[in-house]
Design a protein around this ligand. Structure first.
Ligand code: CU
Length: 186
């Protein structure tokens, strides 16, 4: 009798424990690649940034934006909990020189398109960082769209030398951020 009730008790405990698991894992750290955010027809996949060295003033914000709708939208800005402000930037080669500039009018997200913000290309520029970004942490922020409005996200902080997952040979990432600092001239 005692034996049976102990067994029953044990399986009840196990069942209870298993029932709790999905709820817990929803809160716990999911694989970095899995996190995504939705706003209307927009899907924001895996917002991430790179760890920074102590004293760094700027960081880059990256995300893949999928517009599943029939209307274009426009990324006009963002925010980052550890930065004074965030701007939409473009980086591209002009001759032999990598140039970075602010997209004052924002970045077009055409209907049905997938637009990737990644190292060496479009990115959010986090200006006036208030603390070093530590690999493995997540930092709250947002992306601001003309139509979808401000969408809260979390940026996963990856290693200081992390590259876009599908990054090909053209090695724009190699450009050090302090070079970028100079280009911005504050
Ligand atoms: Cu920039």
């Amino acid at each position: 009798m005692t034996q049976i009730s102990q067994t029953l008790l044990r399986s009840a405990l196990v069942a209870g424990f298993l029932a709790v698991l999905p709820a817990v894992s929803g809160l716990a750290v999911a694989p970095a690649t899995a996190h995504e955010f939705k706003a209307g027809a927009l899907v924001l996949k895996h917002p991430w940034t790179r760890a920074t060295a102590k004293g760094a003033e700027m960081g880059g914000g990256f995300v893949t934006i999928v517009n599943t709708g029939r209307e274009a939208d426009r990324l006009t800005g963002g925010s980052f909990a550890l930065a004074g402000r965030a701007e939409v930037h473009e980086m591209k080669m002009e001759g032999d020189v990598m140039k970075m500039r602010q997209l004052e009018g924002g970045l077009d997200i055409p209907a049905g398109a997938t637009v990737e913000l990644k190292p060496g290309s479009y990115h959010l520029m986090f200006m006036k960082l208030t603390a070093p970004l530590e690999s493995g942490t997540k930092v709250k922020g947002s992306l601001i769209f003309e139509k979808a409005g401000e969408v809260p996200v979390e940026f996963a902080v990856e290693a200081i030398d992390a590259k876009a997952k599908d990054h090909k040979a053209g090695d724009h990432d190699a450009m050090p951020m302090n070079g970028a600092d100079k280009m911005h001239g504050g």
